[in-house]
Ligand binder design. Structure first.
Ligand code: FES
Length: 287
């Protein structure tokens, strides 16, 4: 099972469609139409992720998030919002939400946001890779130089994150904490920005990043077989990195090149009509 998710929304149809979309992805999904009902469920079940509407009758989403932060701080939170006011989003960010889903949202967006939220939950659950500490120690001077350069400029957060990612290669939670402290921002705000933009990554990448597309057009053309072959060749799972840090492996859902399906991308090189038997030869070129 990919993880447990609680959907809190006063519209039953939203809960039902989230269940329909997330259950086939391997998530265990439950729903609550009221915040109080959600609180009762959270007291009994330790949900990994809670996706909640902000606007609800009786107890609203912000109050529910405050309650979760106090009573079940380990759960990740994503908010569903129709017309987000600056205030409600600001409050939610202060409370450490991972991301938000603007209503109405597509099935793919729900899947992507949920996946991203689970990556963030794992990364902040105290099980940081030991290498992360090493990466930071050796690069701390460079990280501080970047921060010093941008510190006094308005809107420094995004350029600092970009430059620091360039230095470290990724943005693990420990690096996010340093940036938050030095820029005088809440860690939740830094974390929300890193989770929100797809060009930021919390996972280390190898010198060469291999992406196997598992979107529908590629899937029907044996993409799962291709993925298995790549895993076998590199000796790593998806999301993993080889011991020599030469390769990392990711899966993606549609690279927008369905006409070339099945597609594999290595760094910025796109390979179409990939043959599962020959995919290892393609990767071998990068060794
Ligand atoms: S499904 Fe693979 S590129 Fe579109």
């Amino acid at each position: 099972m990919a993880g447990s998710v609680l959907i809190v929304d006063d519209e039953t149809v939203v809960i039902k469609s989230c269940e329909r979309i997330l259950a086939p992805e391997g998530y265990s999904v439950q729903g609550a139409t009221r915040a109080r009902e959600a609180m009762d469920m959270i007291k009994k079940v330790d949900f990994d992720l809670i996706i909640t509407d902000l606007k609800m009758p009786e107890v609203d989403g912000i109050e529910l998030i405050r309650w979760i932060r106090k009573n079940n701080p380990g759960s990740g939170i994503v908010v569903i919002t129709g017309y987000p006011s600056q205030e409600s989003i600001k409050d939610s960010l202060e409370l450490g939400i991972i991301d938000y889903l603007p209503k109405p949202f597509s099935p793919q967006l729900l899947i992507d946001v949920t996946e991203k939220a689970f990556t963030a939950i794992k990364a902040t659950s105290g099980k940081e890779r030991p290498e992360a500490e090493e990466d930071i120690e050796t690069k701390l001077k460079d990280i501080m130089e970047v921060i010093e350069k941008y510190k006094t400029k308005p809107g420094a957060l995004i350029p600092v994150l970009q430059k620091v990612q360039g230095v470290v290669g990724y943005l693990p939670p420990a690096v996010q904490r340093i940036i938050a402290k030095e820029l005088n921002l809440p860690v939740s705000e830094v974390h929300a920005v890193v989770s929100f933009y797809s060009f930021f990554t919390m996972k280390p990448k190898g010198k060469h990043n291999v992406r196997v597309c598992l979107g529908t057009a590629c899937y029907v053309k044996r993409a799962a077989e291709i993925l298995d072959k790549v895993k076998e060749y590199l000796g790593i799972d998806e999301g993993g990195i080889t011991e020599d840090k030469k390769f990392s492996l990711e899966t993606v859902r549609c690279l927008g090149a369905c006409g070339l399906a099945p597609v594999v991308v290595v760094d910025h090189d796109i390979y179409g009509s990939v043959d599962p038997v020959k995919v290892s030869e393609t990767i071998k070129q990068y060794t």
